[in-house]
Design a protein around this ligand. Sequence first.
Ligand SMILES: [Zn+2]
Ligand SMILES: [Zn+2]
Length: 234
Amino acid sequence: MNDCGYCLLCASPCATDIALCTACRDGLPRIHQPCPRCAIPLPPSLPPGSMCGSCQIKAPAFDRCHALCPYVFPLPELISRFKFQGLFSSGAALASLLGTQLLPHWKIHRPDALIPVPLHPARLRTRGFNQSLELARRLASSLRLHVEPGLCLRMRNTPAQKGLDATERAKNLRGAFQIKDPPVRWQYVVLVDDVVTTMTTVNEIAALLKQKGILRVEVACLARVEAGRIRTDT
Ligand SMILES: [Zn+2]
Ligand SMILES: [Zn+2]
């Protein structure tokens, strides 16, 4: 039973583990043709398996991104209720659906750890929780995966990324993260974030993880912003 007892979208009574009724779950927007590398929604006219232009020009530091939905209605509303209003049922519902999507993949390729994208301690104090850690815990639960929130630290409270282009975002984040030495046996980890926009943050952390000897880094997120759209910042 979910915490609220009703569907978060249509308010009908909903006594399942997930606070979204079956009709609203089935009605969530899906990315029918994701870029196999960065999960950005691609036009259906492209041949299946096509990579997006930016991954073809410069592949990201991570190996693959998994996204539950595109960042279109009702994702901004559901994520904002979780993140800014502390409605955990909303984050838990979306994380459960993402977990179901990832289960077949993770059963075959079991990650050594899930790593939430960290918040700066000052931001954490204001918000009271790190949304990515809450999502990672939920994602980890069905397969009892290891969640490691202490490996990646946010050293600088970077100015908001909103309104910056990709180059400015990369500059803004330089030196913002520090990675502790991972256990030597770790080869494959998954970074967890709520929304992936330009990939700057996850790309920066993935590059640092690879410098520390991690062979494969994937990303799991609730929503992937389509090209040309900018989200409200973390
Ligand atoms: Zn509903
Ligand atoms: Zn791509």
